[in-house]
Design a protein. Sequence first.
Length: 453
Amino acid sequence: MSTGRSARVKPSRRIAAILALATLIIAIGYVALSVLQRWEVLASGVLTLSVLVVAAWYVMTRRGAIRAIAAVVGAAALAGFVVVMVHSDTVRVLIVGLVLAGISVAAARYALHSDGPLPVTAAPPASRPVLLMNPKSGGGKAIRFGLAERCRALGVEPIVLAPEDDLRELAEDAIAGGADLIGMAGGDGSQALVASLASRAGIPFVVVPAGTRNHFALDLGIDRQDVPAALDAFRDGADVVVDLAEVNGRTFVNNAAMGVYAKVVQSTDYRDAKLQTAAAMLPDLIGPGAAPPTLEVTLPGGEHVAPGQLLLVSNNPYRIGQLGGGATRQRLDGGILGVVALTVASAAEAERLTALELSGRLSRFEGWREWSARQLEVRSSEPVEVGVDGEALVLEPPLRFVSRPGALTVRLPLRAAALRGSTSRRPAGNAATVAGLWQIAFGARAAGRENGK
């Protein structure tokens, strides 16, 4: 049953969703009534118009292969509708139908997209910019791309970590020495550490994606494949203000993961054989001989739950399609934590969970709960193993998670800043469907949900 609450949808988006659905219905009704006596024209006209509008909804709100397929289908439907109407000598019906279809598509685009971009301001030049870099991170990306030499050419002081160096000390020394713009070339754990120091000092922070996954860079709109391009932020950049999150005083930029399912998704075999790996490992993790879950959290409705398989707390909510990766955040300035709790009661449920994951429908699993909060306390009877931005830690309970809204100023390359502006009205969660419009229009949430057993 549902244990959660609906996220608020702007009235203007709700009105737009109603308009999108209503104009489609009106268009179909108009075409049907106009050619009521000609059943072959009625059937083909209604079908092609309906397919055209729904395909256009997908083109406006999806990316990748789905968008390409929808574009082809929509183009074919448009051609079919025009041919049918012209051939049947009903040009007036063609024009009215296309006008109504255009209104429906425009309204759906507004309803199914997020509310706006991160505020972007012009960045003043730095007098003493510094970039710390871990030469071993990401398989040696800093060395491979010659970041130190590129920094010197830009007038940026490069600080390369040696094996005996302490990253925190180097960053603190750089800030104490007058650095007014500091960056980190490394993984997300290193990014979080230096970002926390930049936040405390009140200076901008530059993200250079020289780690392995670089999830923070991804959600900022930085091209993870073009590592040197991130250095443009030092020369000609723009500032955005984003949130940080903390657990027991430790800053993280992405997420903190707890629970036994994290062991499954971290397995080296998981990416290549998800269903088989989960089915093989989970019986040992949740079976009769497994240790009982010790974590406990309180849901927004007051119910206490024990998420034994996974508890994920993130700096702003994720759109989660797969537990093993690929999740993104719609925004980084929402001032909230995203929370996901997963309970798997049997090996059979584990197989069902993995099957739903493969099809991108994790939220339909009966043991899946998802909500947001400004703070969260995780209780346990023993020390808690936590993966914080990919780094394994053991923390003493209770674990207190808090969001720090607007805590960090990130300086982005102008190209990334422009990309954030052009994609600021991005699809809201997984709602870019007929069902998504219906949810927005008639009271359900635009994105995310909280499920329970």
